[in-house]
Ligand binder design. Structure first.
Ligand SMILES: Nc1ncnc2c1ncn2[C@@H]1O[C@H](COP(=O)(O)OP(=O)(O)OP(=O)(O)O)[C@@H](O)[C@H]1O
Ligand SMILES: [Mg+2]
Length: 359
């Protein structure tokens, strides 16, 4: 027996080694990159749907001056990609490292860094041509990604630097919430709002990737994918990749997308609403605890509940407004880390109260 085991051991070993060597060799060739990175726009022209900013950046690529920029908008709409692509085109891969300073929320950006690192970099002067002879703009770019996470004193410290070094440096501030950037900074920048991507644009991009990656899909699957990603192309691409991995060569259907995105099925939402209408608290409690125990995120449930409530015809405006006010409150509490079950029960009780008051 032992001999047999040994025998098989030695005979399979070389094969195994070969197999692993082969696999790692392939990996090296293919370099498994997440699709979001693989399909990140390489040049400004590839950025979809953000026409205004693309026009301005293209002008400056042709030689016009570049203002200080402020990009804001929801996640996954191309803010970081756009400025990186533009800088690459402006400077070429070689100069890019010297001319562009990219700081994001993972870097320390307190007031000390603004005083030292950013100021020093901004003060460097630069030539107006590249080593390959092509002209390039006589300024550097400082990208402050996720600028809404910078402290107010750090933002304030930027004000004078921005003005003083305008001969040699352009700033590009990127954020999701423009209201968190102090007024004096926003007034020094050209503001560009990045819109959530339209459904057709997202669909085109996703279909393009499906073709390149040889992914099979159904039409409903793609429609569902675009719907759940709500204008966030990064989300759409990430879901697509997970779905492709999950199905492993089979078609991507609506069910697969619903499962991956953690969307609550319509039947479940209906049963929750029904429980609220039943005016039996016990029934409501069972439905809510079932939903939470099944692992659905409360934020997801309340988002879908919101859409359903808004469209309900048997509720009057007063009832709807009372419910949506509670929805907003629950959303905030959940963000602050409140208990999902209690918040859901609290919300559903208000719905129940509103519904039964009418009858
Ligand atoms: N307008 C767009 N055109 C083409 N691709 C896009 C666009 N918007 C997003 N993408 C895709 O989504 C990915 C993420 O985009 P990006 O990192 O630029 O988002 P962002 O706006 O900076 O988001 P965040 O606010 O979360 O930082 C990119 O790699 C790209 O594949
Ligand atoms: Mg970004």
């Amino acid at each position: 027996m032992q001999a047999f085991l040994k025998g098989t051991g030695t005979s399979t070993k070389p094969q195994k080694d070969k197999a692993t060597a082969g696999a790692s060799g392939e990996n090296k060739k293919q370099k498994p990159v997440p699709w979001v990175e693989k399909y990140r726009p390489k040049c400004v022209d590839e950025v979809a749907f953000q026409e205004e900013v693309v026009t301005v950046l293209k002008r400056s690529l042709e030689g016009a001056d570049l203002p200080n920029l402020l990009f804001y908008g929801p996640p996954g709409t191309g803010k970081t990609s756009t400025i990186l692509a533009a800088s690459r085109e402006l400077y070429g891969p070689e100069l890019f490292r010297q001319r562009v300073l990219e700081l994001n929320a993972s870097d320390e950006r307190g007031i000390q860094v603004v005083r030292n690192k950013i100021k020093t970099f901004a003060q460097l002067t630069v030539a107006g041509s590249r080593s390959d002879g092509k002209p390039c703009p006589p300024f550097k770019i400082i990208i402050l990604d996720e600028a809404d996470s910078m402290t107010n004193p750090a933002q304030a410290a930027l004000r004078r630097t921005m003005e003083k070094e305008s001969k040699t440096t352009r700033f590009c501030l990127i954020c999701n919430y423009v209201s968190r950037i102090i007024e004096p900074l926003t007034s020094r920048c050209s503001k560009f709002r990045f819109k959530p991507l339209a459904d057709e644009i997202q669909e085109n991009r996703v279909l393009g990737i499906c073709e390149k990656e040889d992914v099979k899909y159904t039409k409903e699957g793609i429609t569902a994918l675009v719907k759940v990603s709500e204008g966030d192309l990064r989300k759409a691409i990430t879901y697509l990749q997970s779905a492709a991995r999950l199905t492993g060569g089979k078609e991507i259907t609506e069910q697969v997308i619903t499962e991956i995105a953690g969307v609550v099925s319509n039947e479940m939402i209906d049963s929750l609403i029904e429980a609220c209408y039943s005016s039996s608290f016990e029934k409501l409690e069972v439905v809510v605890s079932n939903m939470i125990n099944e692992g659905f995120a409360a934020t997801q449930i309340i988002n879908q509940l919101h859409d359903t409530i808004i469209e309900k015809e048997d509720l009057n405006d007063k009832q709807k407004s009372a419910i949506t006010e509670k929805l907003a409150e629950v959303d905030k509490c959940l963000m602050d880390g409140a208990d999902e079950y209690l918040q859901m029960i609290g919300l559903c009780s208000v719905i129940m109260q509103q519904v039964t008051q009418n009858n």
